[in-house]
Design a protein around this ligand. Structure first.
Ligand SMILES: [Mn+2]
Length: 330
């Protein structure tokens, strides 16, 4: 691969925004005369498959999987929809590979990001990386294709849960209105619902894979790391019906984690009711106290499975992680 080519990728266990943003930002760079290629870290979830299968001109190709063994020292990389190394390429800061981070486009809190050279860094507190990418096209007077519009629009509707998530900003809504026109989407509510239904169809996914589907590790102020999985669904009973196997899967993901994990839980978000429930590991340790305290809730046992009602806290980035950080830094 050309040493000038920038490899663009989203976080591991990618969601729709991570995948579509890698495709769209790579395309933006190429349109700005910078060689770039979108890459994938992990597997596509059912919602992203639905978005790619239903493009304005037919199916859209997913990014190629990134092959770590083929990475050349000094390769340029651009991070989209994440900036923390615990959610990125395992060799991001490898001392012999010396990857060069040339850009970060994101809407999450800043973690351990550091570079040896200046970079283009664009982080905004908006609902979706797709919203920031839309701004980049507009600011640079670069034409947006129908496919790019479909990808950005779908990501924004996904990340903001069709504007019901507290992460939603007026900028996200404006971007969707503009992008819907460009990809001829006449009913964004109907398109959102079809994405959420696709996302909810996880009956064929094993409990361990379901925990890992949208799983992120966060480093805490007390020096520990916590793993938080997420399942956004329009069919909560289908997920809670699997609570027992999911809680055992949490035990397994926790004990198998390459990075020691102090606590782990799975957040089941009811997209239509905008509320959530945490499933705790079958053999919880510190989770019992920490989750009760951080979210002012009580852990109850249903059929032997520890569960916690998280109320209207549905956003990991804006509610669940900040509340956990605050609680663990006391
Ligand atoms: Mn995102």
């Amino acid at each position: 691969m050309s040493s000038d080519q920038v490899l663009v990728f989203g976080h591991v266990n990618p969601d729709t925004d991570a995948v579509t943003s890698s495709l769209v930002y790579a395309s933006f760079l190429r349109k700005s005369s910078t060689p770039a290629k979108a890459q994938l870290l992990g597997v596509l979830n059912p919602e992203t498959l639905h978005v790619l299968a239903n493009g304005p001109a037919g199916a859209i190709s997913p990014p190629e999987a990134l092959d770590i063994d083929k990475l050349q020292p000094g390769t340029k990389v651009a991070l989209v929809d994440h900036n923390e190394s615990s959610q990125s390429l395992s060799v991001l800061y490898d001392k012999s590979l010396k990857l060069q981070i040339t850009a970060v486009i994101d809407h999450h809190k800043i973690g351990d990001l550091h570079t040896s050279e200046p970079l283009y860094c664009r982080i905004e507190p908006v609902g979706c990386t797709g919203t920031i990418l839309h701004s980049l096209f507009v600011e640079n007077s670069i034409e947006i294709s129908a496919i790019e519009a479909h990808l950005m629009m779908s990501a924004i509707l996904s990340d903001t849960l069709n504007f019901t998530s507290p992460t939603t900003t007026p900028k996200d809504k404006k971007a969707v209105a503009a992008l819907a026109k460009l990809c001829n989407c006449t009913d964004t509510d109907a398109w959102s619902l079809s994405m959420f239904k696709a996302k909810s169809d996880v009956s064929q996914i094993s409990a361990v894979d379901l925990v890992k589907l949208d799983y992120k590790v966060f480093d805490m102020p007390d020096g520990t790391s916590w793993g938080i999985g997420g399942v956004e669904t329009v069919d909560v009973p289908a997920i809670l019906g699997r609570a027992s196997e999911l809680s055992h899967a949490l035990d397994k993901v926790k004990s198998d984690s390459p990075k020691p994990i102090a606590g782990i839980f799975l957040v089941v978000v009811d997209i239509l009711q905008v509320k959530s429930t945490a499933i705790l590991p079958a053999t919880p340790g510190t989770e019992l106290d920490v989750i009760s305290k951080a979210y002012s809730t009580t852990v109850t046992h249903k059929n032997g499975v520890p569960l916690a009602d998280l109320g209207n806290n549905v956003s990991r980035k804006k509610q669940l992680v900040p509340m956990l950080l605050a609680s663990l830094s006391l």
